[in-house]
Write a protein that binds this ligand. Structure first.
Ligand code: HEM
Length: 287
């Protein structure tokens, strides 16, 4: 992940320069979105000129209005990309995975390789957009805590960790199937039936977190959140997402000491998705 740091810093600086000229922007589209898009494209080795449709593709996969045609378009592109990497490997993750897949007796089939590419695209992009946006929103709504973070930037990682709990960018886990009948709150889920586990609900569990609806960057970290999941499927992108958000939000609040919401927070609407949680747009004033 570390070799990506200078590229992220450079992009963030360029975006901030561009935004400064505007005075008021939608922080999601102007800032939060381009950063993970660059990172995941660099990681997978997607040529610059091919990156734009990724936004529509991630939307098609993560949105509530699932559009199978757009998903097919995304798969067709990834299939071609995998073939290109195989023919001419470069220094990126998809090339490395293609080599593993091509090895005799390799542990990754062609189909698995394709689905892993799609998983990385979907898991690594939209999620981080909303960790950045939700962190900015939470801090703007807690001005005293924002002032503390400005005063002492070493507190920013704690603030990001608290956002992962308080305003988790990923709403639900991927499906699980009950291995045996489970009874929860008087409802029995029969063996073999699917379950969607609400990460956001677990992260606001009053039996686990004191005053769970309070955003508190000084919260005791021993009550670990589930923002990146748990166990064998724990998010492998967590260090990258934390790094991107730390650079992005750190530079944003340093550059704009008078950063503020340009609309009242009760007019914000949420992104239309069962999986992804965050504002559809976040209009901010930049001073
Ligand atoms: C703020 C950003 C992110 C959040 C909140 C997040 C959250 C999660 C969560 C909750 C899971 C577990 C899902 C489950 O158990 O069903 C997960 C899995 C995963 N994440 Fe992330 N993620 C983020 C960023 C990333 C990034 C940047 C990447 C890749 C570069 C990534 C790749 C993955 C993959 C591949 C899995 C599946 C792991 C498995 O099933 O074994 N994620 N993520």
């Amino acid at each position: 992940m570390e070799p990506l740091r200078p590229k992220i810093e450079q992009l963030v600086d360029e975006l901030l320069d561009r935004m400064a000229a505007q005075g008021e922007v939608d922080l999601v589209s102007a800032f939060a979105l381009p950063i993970p898009l660059l990172v995941i494209s660099e990681l997978l080795g997607v040529p610059e000129e091919d990156r734009e449709p990724f936004v529509t593709w991630a939307d098609a996969v993560n949105g509530t209005e699932h559009d199978p045609e757009v998903t097919q378009e995304a798969y067709a592109y990834l299939r071609k990309l995998v073939a290109d990497k195989r023919a001419d490997p470069a220094d990126d993750l998809l090339s490395a995975l293609s080599v593993v897949a091509a090895e005799e007796g390799g542990s990754l089939s062609e189909t698995e390789l394709l689905h892993n590419a799609m998983l990385l695209l979907v898991a690594g992009y939209d999620t981080t957009v909303y960790l950045i946006a939700n962190t900015v929103l939470a801090l703007l709504q807690a001005p005293e805590q924002l002032a503390e973070v400005r005063e002492n930037p070493a507190l920013l990682p704690d603030a990001i960790e608290e956002v992962l709990r308080y305003d988790s960018p990923v709403n639900i886990s991927s499906p699980r199937w009950a291995a045996e009948p489970i009874t929860l709150n008087g409802v029995t889920v029969p063996a073999g039936q699917p379950l969607l586990i609400s990460i956001m609900s677990a992260n606001r569990d009053a039996a686990h977190f004191d005053d769970p609806d309070r955003f508190d960057i000084h919260r005791d970290k021993s009550g670990r959140h589930l923002g990146f999941g748990h166990g064998i499927h724990y998010c492998p992108g967590a260090p990258l997402a934390r790094m991107e958000t730390l650079i992005a939000v750190g530079k944003l609040i340093e550059r704009f000491p008078g950063l503020g919401l340009a609309v009242s927070s009760d007019t914000l609407t949420m992104r239309d998705s069962l999986l992804i949680h965050g504002p559809a747009s976040l209009p901010v004033r930049l001073t």
